[in-house]
Design a protein around this ligand. Structure first.
Ligand code: LRH
Length: 488
């Protein structure tokens, strides 16, 4: 019997984990060895990530794996959220903490760029949905503001690539994370150079792009000594968390849509090529890069952020658990208040319940009176937005979609899973919840030669994790609510 151990570092906007994956006879088991909180740091009105303290936490994860769990992994790999990046000077030194994507510096960056470059042209050349925080707009805001930091930047590295660099000393840019930037040629390991030049972004700071599934180096002697590890390989997996998650959808064929459910609800399908047309532009769909040459045709929906932010705001008076919030919603009247979860007022409002209440009042629905009504409004609106997004996908793709796979932490939310099945009329298959770490670990296994294809990866996922199926129920007012939602 052969046993292989890998350590995945999975960093999200609100927490990070080190997860040990053990592959034994084509079955994977996971052990969480370290968990820590992550949050944006506000300094003089701007939001940053503290990359050095994140790196410390990752090293603690590796140290614990070796000293507490007595396992020397064969390799490590990092995945994180998309779009954010660090700046290196020409000595390879990290300059400043990276800006966090919800920072306000990009508030008008899209309109500012569209004065130089038509929006349609940017979409045609990148195939990426417009979100003000895409790296393209972050960098453009620096060009616009004549940032001294940009002037002394020799190279940028996206978050997972920067952490790999701290571990290994190798500065490499990986395809899936680069694709979130809105700066590459759709589906290719190639920067969209003419577009970037027109935006005034220096293309010399970008570096070559490599595909996921390659070894990019080994732990530096310094990190190995500090963590008690040997100098194991550092692997470039799909560095974008969503790409790693989608690699581990336990699907048997292509006829599925997925929701990677966490801070964001990422709703989409996997396609062999990007889908770019006037219609996908009008719907603002994205074509991000996946593993094994796949494209992730998808849309970001605001997701659990809405719930997380309500909980944070209410924490001063009531410290709800996630389960308590679900129960409040379950016992509240359905479809009484609806929002568009993706309204830009919900991106970083500070007081989320107030922003939701304002939306309901401005759209003539009155004022939700209780926490329960606000939470119910969020879940109802998310499920309806999922149906809306499914209809949009069906309008541009012939792919039959006969089920929805929900993966990630949000797959634990049985109430929302059932609501999603009811509203969309499709069975929902929930799990695995640790999809991102699973995709990260199995791509490490592939890079080291223990698995061959994406189909092999998915087979291991099916063999290793239980899923729960939610069948659509009949008799609810789903269609009526959907009409109201579409007319919001
Ligand atoms: C989810 C995610 C998403 C990006 C956003 C910035 O964690 O990676 O796919 O769009 O963060």
């Amino acid at each position: 019997m052969t046993t292989h151990h890998f350590l995945a570092f999975d960093l999200g906007a609100s927490s990070g984990r080190a997860i040990l994956g053990t592959l034994e006879n084509q079955k994977l088991s996971l052990t969480e060895v370290h968990r820590f909180t992550n949050q944006m740091q506000r300094v003089h009105g701007h939001d940053f990530w503290n990359i050095f303290s994140l790196f410390e936490e990752l090293k603690t994860g590796l140290k614990k794996c070796i000293s507490d769990f007595k396992i020397q992994p064969e390799s490590i790999a990092v995945d994180t959220w998309g779009v954010d990046f660090v700046h290196l000077d020409n000595n390879g030194q990290i300059l400043s903490l990276p800006f966090a994507y919800r920072d306000s510096r990009t508030n008008t960056a899209m309109e500012d760029l569209f004065r130089l470059l038509p929006k349609e042209e940017v979409y045609r050349q990148t195939g990426i949905q417009f979100m003000q925080f895409n790296s393209l707009f972050q960098l453009f805001s620096m060009v616009r503001d004549k940032s001294p930091l940009l002037k002394i930047t020799d190279r940028i590295l996206f978050m997972p690539n920067a952490l790999n660099y701290l571990f290994s000393g190798e500065a490499k840019t990986e395809f899936s994370i680069a694709s979130t930037s809105q700066m590459i040629v759709p589906g290719a390991c190639k920067w969209q150079t003419p577009l970037l030049e027109k935006a005034g972004i220096p293309t010399s700071i970008l570096g070559d792009i490599i595909l996921p599934g390659q070894q990019i180096g080994s732990l530096t002697e310094e990190v190995a000594r500090e963590t008690g590890s040997t100098q194991i390989p550092v692997i470039a997996v799909a560095g974008h968390d969503t790409a790693s998650a989608i690699a581990s959808v336990p699907a048997e064929n292509d006829n599925f849509a997925y929701i990677s459910s966490g801070t964001w609800s990422i709703f989409g399908i996997e396609t062999p090529q990007p889908i770019i047309s006037k219609q996908t532009a009008a719907m603002n769909f994205t074509n991000e890069g996946g593993v094994e040459g796949t494209t992730r045709f998808l849309k970001n929906i605001m997701g659990m952020w809405l719930i997380q932010e309500c909980r944070r705001t209410w924490a001063k008076e009531t410290d709800y658990s996630w389960m308590e919030m679900v129960e409040l919603a379950r016992n509240s009247e359905p479809f009484k208040y609806l929002i568009d979860p993706d309204d830009s007022n919900f991106l970083n409002p500070g007081d989320m319940p107030a922003a939701i209440t304002a939306f309901c009042e401005e759209t003539g629905q009155g004022r939700p009176a209780t926490h329960a009504e606000i939470i119910r409004c969020i879940y109802d609106s998310l499920a309806l937005k999922y149906r809306f997004t499914l209809d949009q996908i069906r309008s541009v793709s012939d792919r039959p979609i006969d089920k929805i796979h929900i993966i990630g932490g949000g797959a634990n939310n049985h109430f929302l899973n059932q609501l999603t099945a009811n509203v969309t009329g499709l069975p929902v298959v929930a799990g695995p919840t640790e999809a991102t770490a699973t995709g990260n670990i199995l791509m490490q296994a592939k890079a080291l030669g223990y698995l061959r294809t994406l189909a092999d990866i998915r087979e291991v996922v099916r063999e290793s994790f239980e899923v729960t199926v939610f069948s659509p129920e009949t008799g609810g007012e789903w269609d009526k609510a959907y009409q109201t939602f579409c007319n919001l």
